[in-house]
Design a protein around this ligand. Sequence first.
Ligand SMILES: C[S@@+](CC[C@H](N)C(=O)[O-])C[C@H]1O[C@@H](n2cnc3c(N)ncnc32)[C@H](O)[C@@H]1O
Length: 329
Amino acid sequence: MLLDSYGRTATDLRVSLTDRCNLRCTYCMPEEGLQWLAKPDLLTDEEIVRLVDIAVRELGVTEVRFTGGEPLLRPGLVGIVAACAALEPRPQLSLTTNGIGLERTAGALRDAGLDRVNVSLDTLDPGVFQRLTRRKRHADVLRGLAAAREAGLRPVKINAVLMPGMNDAEAPDLLAWAMEHEYELRFIEQMPLDAQHGWQRDGMITAGDILASLRTRFTLTEEGEQARGSAPAERWLVDGGPHRVGVIASVTRPFCRACDRTRLTADGQVRTCLFATEESDLRGALRTGASDERIAALWRTAMWGKKAGAGIDDPSFVQPQRPMSAIGG
Ligand SMILES: C[S@@+](CC[C@H](N)C(=O)[O-])C[C@H]1O[C@@H](n2cnc3c(N)ncnc32)[C@H](O)[C@@H]1O
């Protein structure tokens, strides 16, 4: 088991498959100039599968989410999913993606054993999309979403980040559209994880702002702590249900107390938290012939040191050196 000294158990593993992305979302990456990880430093497909195997067999991990960067850019993705789906015990497998290219791969990913997908979409307006992501790919994302739904990767969830002066007025429209198309929408508060270190607490759109905006058009009924479990999203029934909307208030109402996550970067470092300032190297151990037991022990030690909370609202908070794209969101 992956226990920490605050009594939490990590059963949910986030695996970053690459730090590269084909979008340049303003809250995540700079327009240009970000240094990529060197190819030899990236875990190979086989190394990733071995670490996931150790996680599920030795450490009690039950859910694995592939992310990045953009995981669809990883050439071996379908093979990695298939190999992880064949592990014993079989973990739940999901993917967080910007949806570009999902139109072509959703069926193959489902056949390989992928269970669910989260697609990031912040706006319904192609012009706003281009300003937010610095790329003209809005239509690709919409096609990717539809393909995921048709492939049965349900529930298809949408992640949306609202940025002041950009898409912050769109919350009700995004929710109406998501419900119409049978997607489950979750808003994520903007976190200080951009490569440019431009995040400002005062400027961000809070969960409170998002809920107030949604309530101008919908009646929201809170589902409560029990329904939430260890999930980061607080959820509300919309107009009495069955549709729901989630808000991940990572800054203003963090879910650290119930956090059940452990993270693996594309270069094989364990992170206990998105906001951890330390990492533990598993790649080095892998490449110097360490046994599964030794790697499991290193992973356990790393997780034992997990901090009580991310501390974003704490005056002493220091943004991690790696941006979201290099950690794996
Ligand atoms: C880093 S991306 C990686 C996976 C994939 N490329 C995608 O777009 O979903 C994962 C999620 O993190 C979100 N994200 C990135 N930077 C963020 C930030 N500074 N604050 C909050 N969410 C952020 C994205 O919107 C996306 O939903």
